[in-house]
Structure formats: structure tokens, C-alpha cells
Design a protein around this ligand. Sequence first.
Ligand SMILES: *Cc1c(COP(=O)(O)O)cnc(C)c1O
Length: 240
Amino acid sequence: MSDDMMIREHLRSVRAEIAAARTRRTHVPPDAPVELIAVTKNHPVEAMRTAIDDGVMNIGENRIQEALDKAENLEREVKWHLIGHLQTNKAKHAVRQFDLIHSVDSMRLAREIDRAAEKFGKVQNILVQVNLAREVSKSGIYREDLGALLTDVDRLPHVRLQGFMCIAPNYDDVERCRPLFRDMYELFQEAKETEPPKADIRYLSMGMTHDYAIAVEEGANLVRVGTGIFGARQYQTVGV
Ligand SMILES: *Cc1c(COP(=O)(O)O)cnc(C)c1O
């Protein structure tokens, strides 16, 4: 099978799996929509084009430089999501390229993004990354610090908070992610009810290849799938 055909076939099954997961929801409205982000890090531009031509409207990348290089060659309109950790000194490049930055986890970073967005004449949409499982190896803010961050972020004129992102621990038994996703959904609902004045809370980004079905059951509305669409990543230099 060609890469092109494989990607289309994988997309078909991921979409079917998302639709099936929505019907299994127990405490989330089944009609609440889910958007698929195709995570293309370490995959070439040709693979991105195939996915986009098959209807993918959201692309996720981890690294700024890789995204900038690919964007130059893509020749397609698409919504860009930065899902990887962002260093403050790269904020201006991130603001230039990305429609939604999922990985904001400190006021220092939010302030840098605000400054860059002002120069760029843009209001940057962001998600706050929450480290609900308190994994020391992962980025993200702890739950107890979230309230203060949301209040402070809301004062930044060129940043608009749109919701939350989380990365679940890589458990062998994927069911163990469920309580965490459920807590994230609760936190998301709470934040919507008590929304800071400038915020526009609408996205809950959770679920990757191994756990997106459970994430959708528990209320994710943005899922980030790489391997499940494009196959295993080749960790070498990727041509563009
Ligand atoms: C790489 C990555 C993904 C996609 O992971 P897969 O397991 O390949 O689906 C999703 N989210 C983040 C934050 C990532 O870094």
C-alpha cells in the first residue's frame, strides 16, 4: 500500500473511532463535536498534504523550526497548533506561525507571547497546559496554581485563553487515564462557568493515539493523533 493510501485509510478509521466514542459518552453530550488534529511532527510535507486533501483542517507540530520550514512548502491553508513545549525566547516565532498554542504553563511564557503578539498586531489564542497527574517529567501547571494563572493571563491584552490541554501518563492500561480525563472535563466546565472576562473557553485538548477514544468519551473536543494516522515516526532529519 502506498503511504498516501495508508494515511487515507488510517484517517477513515480514526474518524470512525471518534464517532463511535461519542456515542459511548455517559456524562458528556453525545452531540458535542470533536475536532481532529493531525500531528505531523517528524513526518514529511507530502504526508501533511495527503491528510489535508483528505479533509484534515488542523495540523499539530511540536517544534517551531520544523513548522516554519514545512509551512513554507505546504501550499495549503490549515489551522496550526503548537502542541510541544515552548521556550520563552521562541515566543515570537510561535506567534508568527501558530493559530493556537496549547502549551502555555507559566505567566512568564504568557507575557512573552503577549509581547510578541502585540508587535505582530495579533491576539494570540492559547490553551493552558495542565499537569493534573503531577508528573515531574512533564510540562504543565499544577491544578492549585491554575486559578491564579487564569486571572493573570486574562489581564494580557494580546492573549486570549481558549481552554486547556493535558497529556495523560503513558499507562500500559489505558483505562487508567479515564479519571484524569474526567477531572479535566470537570475543570473545563467549571472554567466555562466562571470564565474570566476576556477569555473564550471552548477547547479541551486531550487524547493521543493510544488514549484518544477514552478522551473523547470523557469530553475532549480536540484530539491530537500522530502515529494513528501517519504510522511510527522516524526520528531522523525529515526532508521538507
Ligand atoms: C507527539 C504528540 C502527540 C501525538 O502522539 P501520537 O502518540 O503519535 O498520537 C500528541 N500530543 C502531543 C503533545 C505530542 O507531543
